[in-house]
Design a protein around this ligand. Structure first.
Ligand code: LLP
Length: 435
């Protein structure tokens, strides 16, 4: 930080074209602020460096990263599709008027009801994760008189360098058909002869928050070998290959996030070469970035409630949010960076540990943050919180969920209201014997 583009004459932190101190005053804290322009810039970049550079490709945004109705509309207007992973995400997309044919329906444990919902709403692709799911889907498709287009999710057996909780492409993964063994083979034979599903091809997603393209490229090589094998042995022609997401985002202020084409160019070149040498047609390619689209487009504003100096050990700055609005530090050890939004011109001469307000010693958002000396009432802006924060938020300790404000050119709109105490008990009831 320290970039003068981000500071106004009052020494306040600017984000999405807004003075963040003003936003906090207007909407309260904790507050998620999302920059519409930054999301659109990322979508544009996907268009320019991927969709316009290669033929027969498509990109979908992975909604699990952040999916309020407004986000669906932005994604739609930028010409991307949506990766959805539950009935709730599908419901949200449909409620936003998102074209269902541009959606991919994922999940390793879809319920029968969700499959029914996906069929009746006409999702573009159902990404089938197991033989059990294939059987359920065939039953439901037969009953509905439909023949959905499907992909098979495959665990190609590559290890990517990331946290084990967000690693998904290894053979022992809970996701997809392992390429090793016979299960995929049996499923391809069954689906390619099925009257109830139309198998278009395959999907892989090897993990999330990955910075090097080597594992992605390796997965492509492995998949082309499999694709060539299916053509030779079963006569199955792969029309589509969905290469998932996983493109990493840098959280440290001095680092830079890799461009998306650092991944996609390498994968596409490998795909074209490998297909050529294996004698198969290059399938249509889909990518599914989530974090890369939205992470840097979001910040969270908090108010410091208490400063606690434990001599010689640590100074805590305790804030009005924490693991309920951002579980990533406690869940994955994720590192964040923050600025004192009202003190941008002051020297960062102090070091604090930013503590969340939950009754958990592990609810620490940032350790050893360099900052100007903080006082009660100061505003902290945690950067790079657009992805997997709001979408993973909880009401632990009965903390109401913060509001989400969309900062756009000349306007700032609440797209998700702050929860009230009444919201916390909405729908609950007391059984008669407890009244
Ligand atoms: N496609 C599929 C099938 C996925 O499962 C995911 C993420 C993505 C695409 C998008 O991945 P991305 O481009 O965002 O890395 N909660 C974790 C991340 C879990 C990712 C799950 N799947 C976190 O906060 O780091």
């Amino acid at each position: 930080m320290g970039n003068s583009d981000h500071i106004n004459e009052k020494g306040h932190f600017l984000f999405g074209g807004w003075d963040t101190v003003e936003l906090a005053g207007r909407f309260g804290t904790p507050l998620y602020v999302i920059s519409e322009e930054m999301i659109r810039a990322r979508c544009r970049s996907v268009r320019e460096t991927f969709l316009n550079r290669w033929e027969n490709v498509f990109a979908v945004y992975a909604g699990k990263a952040f999916l309020p109705l407004a986000m669906c509309r932005i994604v739609q207007s930028e010409g991307l599709g949506l990766d959805l992973v539950s009935g709730g995400e599908l419901y949200t997309a449909l409620a936003a008027g998102f074209p269902p044919e541009k959606t991919f329906f994922h999940g390793n444990s879809k319920t029968r009801e969700e499959l029914r919902f996906a069929l009746s709403s006409g999702v573009g692709r159902i990404v089938v994760d197991s033989m059990s799911e294939l059987e359920t889907l065939e039953e439901e498709a037969a009953a509905a008189g439909k023949k959905p287009a499907v992909l098979f999710r495959v665990a190609p057996g590559v290890d990517a360098h990331t946290h084990k909780y967000i690693l998904t492409g290894h053979t022992g993964s809970k996701f997809g058909f392992p390429l090793a063994g016979d299960s995929l083979n049996a499923a391809v034979r069954r689906a390619s002869a099925s009257e109830h599903v139309c198998l278009k091809g395959f999907h892989f997603h090897i993990g999330s928050q990955i910075f090097e393209n080597t594992s992605h490229v390796m997965a492509v090589e492995i998949m082309v070998r499999a694709i060539a094998g299916f053509k030779k042995e079963i006569g199955f022609v792969t029309e589509e290959l969905n290469m998932g997401g996983g493109y990493g985002v840098e959280f440290a202020p001095e680092g830079t996030t890799p461009r998306i084409d650092a991944f996609t160019d390498a994968m596409m070149r490998t795909l074209e070469e490998e297909c050529r040498s294996a004698g198969v047609d290059r399938p249509r390619v889909i990518i599914e970035p989530g974090r890369w689209i939205v992470s840097e487009a979001g910040i969270t504003l908090y108010t410091v409630q208490a400063i606690k100096k434990i001599d010689g050990i640590v100074t805590y700055a305790s804030i009005d949010g924490g693991m309920t609005d951002n579980p990533r530090p406690s869940l994955y050890g994720a590192k964040y960076w923050a600025v004192a939004a009202g003190k941008m011109n002051r020297e960062a001469s102090a070091k604090v540990t930013v503590a969340g307000r939950c009754c958990e010693s592990g609810d620490i958002l940032i350790e050893n943050l360099k900052t100007p000396p903080l006082e009660r009432g100061d505003l902290l802006a945690v950067l790079n919180t657009g992805a997997y924060t709001f979408s993973m938020a909880s009401n632990y300790n009965r903390l109401p969920r913060p509001a989400v404000v969309l900062a756009s050119e000349g306007r700032a709109d609440v797209i998700v209201p702050r929860q009230s105490y009444e919201d916390l008990i909405r729908g609950e009831s007391l059984p008669e014997h407890l009244r």
